[in-house]
Design a protein around this ligand. Structure first.
Ligand code: RUB
Length: 305
């Protein structure tokens, strides 16, 4: 699904789409949430600022409940929902700020593609995990600059977002090899750089991304292969600066296996993990390339505390 597919959808269609993962990837989720909340306020039928505030809160809570790990969604809503003085001006502000957020998200993506793409060298093989629009943007930028770039993409069990990645790259004629997640340590000898996305970046520089990312970072560290994360500043989590821990989403076990096939067995399906800052060489943001130790500075500038 793409941004333009959201236009005809209602608020609840978008919320369900995020829940079911038809709408997925932290950047897309954030833009979808911004658009959804603007649609939600259009449907307000009550009276007065108090009722409007309740209506806004209801919409916000519904969206936040859809996927608990990606702070991009929460930060998008924080940006869009800057409080207003009366219903009409607040409504207008929400609609304008939603448009603005979506535009800024696309612009940030373009900058990250450029900064990330410049750091990919001619002849590089880049390993990526899951399906990050930003990591792929960087690869595409390098390829479009005429560089000989190859990609190794993990399958990314259980939802196999790696298939979205390989199909996308193959369509662009970017040479790509698909591997199972457990082949990373074997294949790392053929890899020059690892590029991934992020769902959340904590104030200590830890990167929360698709389950398996931290194992890849360990392999990259052991093989001295640089590990780069592509993420807009709205993926940095303010809450973590004040002691909050990132909630790791656990999804339905049936995504892994039919429970009837393994009776009597507990199945767990955590879908994200945290890669400590020590294993991350650079984070590429729209503000520039930063070390993970600068996460707190980014948060301080963003939230002005
Ligand atoms: C997607 C995932 C992606 C990040 C970044 O997980 O982990 O790497 O969301 O994506 P899921 P982007 O499929 O569970 O949403 O760079 O597109 O924001």
């Amino acid at each position: 699904m793409k941004d333009k597919d959201l236009d005809g959808m209602t608020f609840e269609d978008i919320a369900r789409g995020i829940e079911s993962m038809d709408i997925r990837g932290a950047a897309f989720i954030a833009r979808a949430a911004a658009l959804a909340i603007a649609k939600h306020v259009e449907n307000f039928q009550g009276e007065g600022i108090d009722q409007f505030e309740d209506w806004v809160d209801k919409g916000k809570e519904r969206l936040i409940s859809t996927r608990p790990t990606a702070v991009s969604l929460e930060n998008a809503l924080r940006y869009v929902l800057k409080p207003g003085d009366d219903v009409e001006s607040w409504k207008t502000s929400i609609e304008m700020r939603a448009d603005e957020f979506i535009k800024r998200s696309h612009e940030a993506g373009k900058k990250i593609a450029e900064y990330g793409g410049k750091r990919i060298k001619d002849g590089d093989t880049v390993l990526t995990h899951c399906n990050s629009s930003l990591a792929l943007g960087a690869v595409e930028y390098a390829f479009d600059q005429g560089k000989d770039v190859k990609v190794i993409a993990t399958e990314s069990r259980p939802k196999k977002q790696g298939y979205i990645t390989v199909r996308y790259l193959a369509e662009k004629d970017i040479p790509v090899t698909l591997i199972v997640d457990s082949a990373v340590r074997y294949m790392i000898r053929e890899v020059d750089q690892v590029y991934t996305g992020a769902d959340t970046i904590a104030s200590n520089g830890a990167v929360i991304n698709k389950i398996g990312t931290s194992q890849i970072a360990l392999c990259a560290n052991e093989a001295r292969v640089p590990f780069t994360v592509c993420a807009e500043t709205y993926k940095f989590s303010q809450g973590t600066a004040f002691g909050e821990l990132v909630t790791i989403e656990e999804r339905d076990p049936s995504e892994i296996v039919d429970p009837a096939d393994v009776r009597g067995v507990r199945i767990r399906n955590p879908v994200f993990d945290a890669t400590p800052a020590d294993y991350v060489d650079s984070i590429i943001t729209e503000e520039g390339v930063i070390p993970p130790s600068s996460a707190y500075r980014i948060l301080k500038e963003m939230f002005d505390y």
